[in-house]
Design a protein around this ligand. Structure first.
Ligand SMILES: NC(=O)c1ccc[n+]([C@@H]2O[C@H](COP(=O)([O-])OP(=O)(O)OC[C@H]3O[C@@H](n4cnc5c(N)ncnc54)[C@H](O)[C@@H]3O)[C@@H](O)[C@H]2O)c1
Length: 283
């Protein structure tokens, strides 16, 4: 979608990190914003920052738990009622949990799959029919490098992000089958500084039971925190690359070029059929 000015951007997870930066990028291009998040204070802060830079920007926000289809439908209804359309939808809300995979609880799986996988699926169900009716649109799904290569200690998250890549590729093919003028991008960044390591702040009380705090789990959590904090590309830079991908109708988005080398190395490990490829080993 080459021209974004006056178009409507819908962003889930708009209350923090990448979602906030996507909002700033879209507003800078003259887009109208519809933001959803479980964190209402975060949403208000995002809109305050946007209005500081773009006082004329039009916006709407809604408290939304993306794991609930009815919440995502309400977000689509808000876009329709307020602006009559949804042109670019960023299915971006996401959470992370860690621990050795045999210790992850049913609650870990329900929570992470609910937000990271169902959240994306409900976004597609709620918004793609609107885009087909409008005759134009673009869907951006936030996956991760973890959608391609699997670091130890993150099995639930890895599985959820592989699903996002699969859903995105299939969505693009399904849209091509019907000749739709709706683009798709799948964003696959490595670590970058945001609130993702503190995802537990958004965990519902009824899904509180998690893997025990063993030494291995604590070590992996600390490694994750350091990797995220030390991420060399900022959320703002990743947001800019993502919005440019929408403008250029680019499907795969790898802001960290080293991830593509890891994907290739994994393919070579598959060729050898010996040990599973370890993203972290020797790096
Ligand atoms: N930061 C990284 O290193 C990194 C790397 C690769 C991919 N990602 C992905 O980027 C996306 C954005 O995460 P971030 O890094 O900005 O983290 P973040 O924690 O700063 O932002 C995530 C946002 O999602 C919201 N959220 C959580 N659960 C929700 C729910 N059920 N419904 C609606 N909103 C919910 C949070 O309130 C928060 O505002 C995620 O999909 C994440 O998996 C992050």
């Amino acid at each position: 979608m080459k021209y974004l000015s006056n178009k409507v951007a819908v962003i889930t997870g708009g209350g923090s990190g990448l979602g906030r930066e996507l909002a700033l990028c879209c507003a800078a291009r003259g887009m109208k914003l519809v933001l959803g998040d479980v964190d209402e204070a975060g949403l208000s802060e995002t809109l305050r920052l946007v209005e500081e830079r773009q006082p004329a920007m039009e916006s709407a926000k809604l408290k939304v738990d993306v794991s609930r289809m009815e919440d995502v439908e309400a977000l689509a209804q808000l876009a329709k009622d307020r602006f009559g359309a949804a042109h670019v939808v960023f299915n971006n809300a996401g959470v992370a949990v860690n621990g050795p995979i045999w210790e992850n609880t049913p609650a870990d799986w329900h929570w992470v799959m609910g937000v990271n996988v169902y959240g994306v699926s409900w976004g597609i169900r709620a918004f793609v029919p609107m885009m087909l009716e409008q005759g134009e649109g673009h869907v951006v799904n936030t996956a991760s490098a973890a959608g391609w290569v699997n670091a130890p200690g993150s099995g639930v998250y890895n599985a959820s992000k592989h699903a996002v890549v699969a859903i995105s590729e299939t969505l693009a093919l399904d849209l091509r089958d019907v000749g739709a003028n709706v683009g798709v991008s799948v964003l696959c960044p490595a670590f970058f500084p945001t609130g993702i390591v503190d995802s537990e702040r958004n965990r519902p009380k009824d899904l509180a039971e998690t893997a025990p705090d063993t030494e291995t789990k604590k070590l992996r959590q600390e490694q994750l925190r350091q990797a995220v904090e030390k991420g060399r590309i900022s959320a703002a830079e990743i947001a800019e690359a993502t919005v440019q991908a929408v403008e250029n109708d680019q499907f795969y988005v790898f802001p960290h070029k080293k991830v593509k080398a890891l994907v290739a190395a994994r393919a070579q490990a598959v060729e050898r059929e010996t040990d599973p490829f370890d993203t972290l080993s020797g790096r």
